[in-house]
Design a protein around this ligand. Structure first.
Ligand code: 1QQ
Length: 415
């Protein structure tokens, strides 16, 4: 009996040693490298942030199984930002003091404009997992994003709406005026409407992300008899606005912006979520090894297809891990202080290195802007129960030529 156990033990140990020498598993003994994840786990913004936590966690486990950083495990340190600027600042300060090499976060652009400057001052690389407003990478040298800007992504939703209904002429636009992303996105949507020769119904309707009653804005907008309504807000307000548009009798197409880009709006607008068109920077059906693996793990765990915010969070962690590996291969992590390591990781991110992520092959400009080639559009299809549904990918009427891949794949200059 004793002999058996020791043989088995020896077999396990020698396998582990063999795997480690091939860099296939992260050693349990080596000190982990900390990566901060500062996103919204509470507040209304958690409707978006929850999906980021899942994507980041799956990435952490996956890359540790692959060997972490040349055998050294990574440790994700999660810090809740909640939904406002103060929460994000607090979370960033806590993570930086805890010694993370970089931070994936925060959830909202509105939070990034306040929290990112803190990381910038401390020389801590930030990868924005979902900050799509104009001007995010320009916050500083240490700020980059895996979330394609609204200027690149949002117009595709209007293209899709026109492909579904070429008769659209009049468009009503709503936006949350207290949210930086919504202000940026509505700018892109309004330019797109004009560019496509459609009539923008004036005045454009504004609201607050804390609003729950949109009846006066809805009444005003519907008096202009729109055939398309475009909403830039966040999940709770945006979902309620969609619901009220339908309750007031609007039957035309609705485009929702990135803030409505989650199945977590189903409980808000329920059956009336049906048909919302939302541009996507991720598709679970991208047929690459890394995405198929991510999709499989996600589906196994969550029982549904992975959404964009999870895919982007996974990609952000991947960029940190693969940049750390490059730093280790070239400079040796053990030779660097934490301050030096943070800068070295940032240098790799901004070096033009490519990363084969679930978003496709991505890289970053020297400024930290994302270079990504593939974009999509989905439409929400609610099931008969009015509680469950799915994002169905649809044609968005831009053939390769029309899309001008050159332009789409190059960093978007603004929103
Ligand atoms: C931003 C966004 C959010 C809606 C994503 C969660 O795109 O704040 O920039």
């Amino acid at each position: 009996m004793l002999k058996k156990v020791s043989l088995k033990y020896r077999f396990v140990v020698s396998c582990a040693v063999a795997l480690m020498s091939f860099g296939m598993v992260a050693s349990q003994d080596a000190e982990p490298i900390k990566i901060g994840v500062g996103v919204a786990q509470t507040s209304n913004v958690a409707l978006l942030g929850q999906e980021q936590v899942i994507g980041a966690r799956i990435a952490g486990e996956y890359f540790n199984e692959l060997g972490g950083v040349n055998g050294r495990p990574i440790e994700l340190v999660f810090q809740d930002t909640a939904g406002d600027e103060a929460g994000a600042i607090n979370a960033f300060q806590t993570l930086i003091a805890d010694g993370v090499v970089g931070i994936l976060g925060p959830t909202l652009s509105q939070q990034a404009f306040s929290a990112d400057p803190i990381a910038e001052t401390e020389g801590v690389p930030v990868i924005a997992p979902s900050n799509t407003a104009k001007g995010i990478p320009q916050i500083g040298q240490y700020i980059s994003r895996v979330s394609a800007p609204v200027a690149v992504v949002a117009p595709n939703a209007v293209r899709a709406a026109l492909a579904i209904n070429p008769e659209i002429e009049r468009v009503a636009v709503f936006f949350a005026q207290n949210d930086a992303f919504s202000v940026s996105e509505t700018g892109t949507f309004q330019e797109t409407v004009v560019e496509f020769g459609l009539e923008l119904i004036e005045p454009v309707q504004s609201f607050q992300t804390t609003d729950t009653d949109f009846s006066s804005q809805v009444t005003n907008a519907l008096s202009g008899d729109p055939q398309l309504v475009i909403v830039s807000g966040l999940a709770a307000d945006g979902g309620n606005l969609v619901r009220q548009l339908r309750e007031f009798g609007y039957e035309g197409l609705i485009v929702g912006g990135n803030g409505l880009n989650t199945a977590n709006i189903y409980p808000v607008c329920q059956a009336l979520c049906d048909g919302i068109i939302i541009a996507q920077a991720y598709s679970y059906s991208l047929d690459t090894e890394v995405n198929n693996t991510f999709r499989e793990i996600y589906k196994e765990e969550q029982g549904k297809e992975p959404p964009q915010f999870s895919g982007q969070a996974f990609a952000g962690i991947q960029v940190f891990v693969e940049s750390l590996i490059e730093v280790d291969d070239t400079l040796g992590i053990d030779n660097l202080s934490l301050v030096e390591l943070r800068t070295a990781v940032n240098d790799v991110i901004l070096s033009g290195k490519t990363f084969d992520t679930p978003l496709g092959v991505i890289s970053f400009t020297e400024e930290g802007e994302l270079i990504q080639a593939e974009f999509y559009v989905a439409q929400i299809q609610m099931n008969e129960d009015g509680q469950t549904g799915q994002f169905v990918f649809i044609e968005f009427g831009g053939d390769e030529e029309e899309m001008d891949m050159e332009e789409e794949a190059t960093p978007a200059s603004g929103g």
